[in-house]
Design a protein around this ligand. Structure first.
Ligand code: PRP
Ligand code: ZN
Length: 286
């Protein structure tokens, strides 16, 4: 019997969209979308299980799912037995301490004897004991940011991304305790067959990732300028050169980095390149 790898994905919220996009970009088609609890892929031995992000570390540790996409913040908080396989680079945020805007901040000692509201007591307590701070930690499961305003706490410890939640609650970030981003986690003990499926999945993710900041460039150039133009193009390998029907001219194909784009294009034009075409690359297989 052939096995199916089960991936836990956040039902809705900050991770859901990018997680779904990542899976889709690997060419895996999930049926049903995130409205169902489980969705099978048509063309790959994978099925998605949609859960709250808070539940993903445990579901992977308990083999309810084999792998999962979740914020590092949840992995650090839940301290479950899962392995981090890959940092995914999206849903970047930090876990920070924040206090009312008008309060003067003197350093970590500020928190001695203070009430701090949070949904991340494990990470917060680690930080407080490391700094020998004696504070009163109040666990709240949502809307932590309103706690100081209603007199429930003196400070909060929560996720900060754009910072707009802090601003609209008249709070200021005073200590960054941890950085977070989406990670791919796995159960430490998968069958050989599931490990092989995971390897294939990660290979696909890496191919998409490599392509994401690169463009394919095609252009025509007079033969006497070929050397010059090839030097401008910082391709992965040497560019492909094919003669055009018009004598004295060739077509050059190469790969350039998105960041180098405008500088390279300018330089190419100055050196006689014509008919420059830049196209997106979907995947890059090494
Ligand atoms: C987090 C956090 C803040 C907000 C911060 O909640 O609790 O409310 O994001 O983001 P900002 O700095 O961009 O304003 P999230 O949306 O992750 O929901 P959750 O806490 O219910 O998981
Ligand atoms: Zn959550």
């Amino acid at each position: 019997m052939s096995e199916i790898l089960r991936i836990a994905i956040q039902t809705k919220g900050r991770l859901n969209e990018d997680s779904m996009t990542l899976v889709q970009e690997t060419g895996i088609k999930l049926t049903g979308g995130s409205r169902k609890l489980i969705s099978a892929a048509k063309n790959f031995p994978l099925e998605a299980l949609f859960l709250r992000d808070d539940d993903i570390p445990q579901s992977v540790a308990d083999s309810v799912a084999d792998i999962g996409i979740v914020g590092l913040n949840e992995v650090l908080e839940k301290k479950m037995n899962v392995e981090i396989k890959k940092y995914l680079g999206f849903s970047k945020c930090r876990l920070s301490l924040a206090i009312p805007k008008n309060e003067e901040y003197t350093g970590v000692e500020f928190f001695n004897g203070k009430k701090i509201a949070t949904s991340y007591p494990v990470i917060l307590n680690d930080f407080l004991s490391k700094h020998n701070i004696n504070a009163d930690v109040h666990i709240i499961s949502g809307s932590v940011e309103i706690a100081p305003g209603i007199g429930l706490a003196d400070a909060i410890f929560d996720i900060v991304s754009s910072g707009s939640t802090l601003v609209s609650n008249r709070l200021k970030e005073v200590e960054v305790v941890a950085e977070s981003e989406a990670v791919l986690v796995k159960n430490p003990k998968l069958s050989a067959e599931k490990e092989a499926i995971l390897k294939d999945l990660i290979f696909r993710m890496e191919s998409v990732e490599r392509a994401s900041d690169k463009k394919y460039i095609l252009l025509n150039a007079p033969n006497n300028k070929l050397d010059l133009i090839c030097n401008i193009l910082p391709g992965m390998k040497s560019p492909t050169i094919t003669p055009l029907a018009e004598t004295g001219w060739s077509s050059i194909h190469s790969v350039i980095k998105e960041g180098d784009f405008w500088e390279v294009i300018d330089n190419l034009k100055k050196n006689g390149a014509q008919g420059i075409l830049v196209v997106p690359i979907e995947k890059m297989i090494m």
